[in-house]
Write a protein that binds this ligand. Sequence first.
Ligand SMILES: [Fe+2]
Ligand SMILES: [Fe+2]
Length: 476
Amino acid sequence: MTMPDYDEKIPNNVALADDRRLQRALESWQPDFLTWWETMGPALPTRDVYLRTAVSVGREGWARFGHVPMRDYRWGIFLAEPNPDRRIAFGRHKGEPAWQKVPGEYRAELRRLIVIQGDTEPASVEQQRNLGATAPSLYDLRNLFQVNVEEGRHLWAMVYLLQAYFGREGREEAEELLHRNSGSADAPRILRAFNEETPDWLSFFMFTYFTDRDGKYQLGTLKESAFDPLSRTCEFMLKEEAHHMFVGTTGVDRVVERTARVMVENDTDDVAAHGAIPLPVIQKYLNFHYSVSLDLFGGETSANVANYYTAGLKGRWMEERRKDDHLLTGDSIMVDALVDAPNGEQSIGQAEVSALTGLNTDLRREYVADCESGVKRWNRILEGAGLAHRLALPHQAFNRKVGAFAGIEASPGGEKLPAAEWELRKGQWLPTDTDKTFVRSLMRPVYERGKIAAWLAPPRAGINGKPFDYDYVHLS
Ligand SMILES: [Fe+2]
Ligand SMILES: [Fe+2]
């Protein structure tokens, strides 16, 4: 069960060969996927890339590394080890055996959850399609492509579930996942953050830090699902996701490190003249990516999410480590809200709601705490360089389009602002056209082994024990 079979046309550890109907369905989807990859995937022509491929789903040694042409990457279907005694950990069905099939009553909801998750995977590949043209080093180029092929595999993971468990509707959804495209006018991706472009590498590092991290938390809730194939799928996806988090975290580290160094060496804040990215610009990019990623968690309260929880479809982050009854019917939670102020206006505050309807807030809170740890890291780099400047996460009301604060404007400090003042000041807080043009002007490709762009520090170590100056990518 553990070892993926690479002799198969579609590598898998789900005994695909024993289910001819499903095998045929997936094999007929495969050419459409490859066409999508060729037209919407990485645009830079390459001969081969030093990539890791999953070879087992166990804890140890699950990956193999080697130079492969990206088109020949073995996208496949890998589920974490089954636990035959697994029981549902929460909700109305708590204590019952996990489901190996989709219960009819939850079919539509489960399909919807899988489609929404599945839609984000190819979307990010589309968003990052042109980044290869401006890669700051071969090491970074390789990491970009690694993230891209794994997001492609995550699409396979969701398409497998749709085709294996949801019949004709599942097959139609699988087609739609290739038909919708990031930023498309007629058929956009489902969530807003996945229709924004990723035009430069600062955006890419911020995206992999903040937006991929949202994915980590969503997968964490689906890993708890009573629907066992979904749970096992997400558990293995989370292993791959760890590398995406690493790319974002260390990417921003290295931008900050380079900027700090140029500031110290030249005794100036004006690092733009020296080809580095000024700290206020880094802060604006952070503000943007953090705020659009907060929107991905949905409204502070949600009746749908309460129902998903009670039904056992989607749990909480680290559900089994929580010390409560895992039913939450009598509990409450404080959530962000607009509240009536004494002057008759509405102000930024909190309101108490039932714990079940506040589950989006519970998940967002876990995410925010995780994001804080990144900011701490980056501030340690500044502190270590002897600089007084600090980065910060903006207030949760800042630049929101979803949830309690969608209808108001607020400063990064959390002060509610009249719309006119927001218009005047937003350029201090979000990247302006000038900022974006400047960042783009730094984006020149560096394809020489061991060389790196001037705005970025080299990594502390290479990939899989290889040095930084390894030939990670062969261009064609
Ligand atoms: Fe993913
Ligand atoms: Fe990811």
